[in-house]
Design a binder for this molecule. Structure first.
Ligand SMILES: C[S@@+](CC[C@H](N)C(=O)[O-])C[C@H]1O[C@@H](n2cnc3c(N)ncnc32)[C@H](O)[C@@H]1O
Length: 276
């Protein structure tokens, strides 16, 4: 397979600086308000529950706003990402906020070796993370290996049905991409990113994959994890289908203007590693 990691790393490195400067990620709010949490983690709270005192690893942590939020909720966090520029920004945010977070640069599939076989009470991931991985079975194996017996997985992710919708069509919901995991990646060019910016992107190519919800759940079950929750949501943290979404101020998320009951936009999936 082509070196998809190099293609995606270049894309995410370039996005990281733009994201860290954006009002959407809001670095300054974290620095000025020690209680501030990311919109993503605030949305998670009712399903996430109490994480204080847990050791946690945030896979594909990007620039660390959600990692810092989990740390502020009392978890001892490690963040892992492929993109060194993302981690540079994440370390800066943690240091400006006085938080102690361990950041590790690695491909998700190498996470176990990258943390020297350490295991965690909580594996947290999502919001545009799983789509960068070609093989969901392999991901489930990494999650299993990272968890202590009795540990929890918490995923909030873009729904595979949403990823399958053709985002360029505004005349109704039309499927444009594979719902199931297939070997060939979506080979896409994007001149912009999901925050407001006039940056002219150079590294526009992205290689990504979809994973059906059943495939993701089954991959965890195959590893012997117990699925403890699966909730589908009508909202998503970014303007995923431009022209058809409006921001919901109460949730700080985006919802479909029409036909909102036809399409799940995100899901929260939780699982537990049994004590064997
Ligand atoms: C959309 S961001 C994750 C979202 C995150 N919740 C956020 O918005 O802050 C995707 C992240 O996945 C990382 N990534 C992509 N492929 C990866 C891989 N194979 N291993 C580790 N990280 C990867 C990128 O570097 C990027 O930081």
């Amino acid at each position: 397979m082509e070196d998809y990691l190099a293609v995606n790393r270049a894309n995410w490195d370039e996005r990281a600086t733009v994201h860290a400067a954006s009002t959407e990620y809001g670095f300054e709010r974290f620095a000025t308000d020690p209680e501030h949490l990311s919109d993503v983690v605030r949305f998670d709270l009712p399903l996430l529950g109490d994480v204080s005192g847990l050791t946690g690893i945030h896979l594909q942590c990007h620039i660390g706003t959600d990692t810092l939020s989990l740390s502020r909720l009392g978890a001892r966090m490690t963040g892992l990402d492929l993109s060194p520029v993302s981690l540079e920004q994440a370390r800066r945010l943690a240091s400006e906020s006085g938080a102690e977070i361990d950041y590790v640069e690695a491909d998700t599939y190498s996470a176990v070796e990258a943390v020297d076989g350490r295991t965690f009470d909580l594996v947290y991931t999502g919001i545009g993370a799983l789509c960068w991985l070609p093989d969901i079975d392999r991901w489930a194996g990494v999650v299993d290996d990272l968890l202590v017996p009795g540990g929890r997985l918490f995923v909030r992710e873009g729904h595979p049905m949403m990823w399958a919708v053709d985002e360029t069509r505004t005349d109704g919901l039309t499927l444009g991409y594979a719902y199931f995991e297939v070997e060939e990646p979506f080979d896409l060019e994007e001149e912009s990113t999901y925050v407001e910016s006039d940056h002219q992107f150079v590294n526009t190519r992205q290689l990504s994959w979809n994973h059906g919800l059943g495939e993701t759940v089954t991959a965890l079950l195959r590893r012997g994890l117990e699925v403890t929750g699966l909730v589908e949501h009508r909202s998503v943290p970014w303007d995923a289908l431009p022209g058809r979404m409006a921001r919901d101020g109460d949730l700080d998320e985006w919802r479909l203007i029409d036909e909102a009951d036809r399409l799940p936009l995100t899901y929260t999936l939780q699982a537990r590693k049994p004590v064997r």
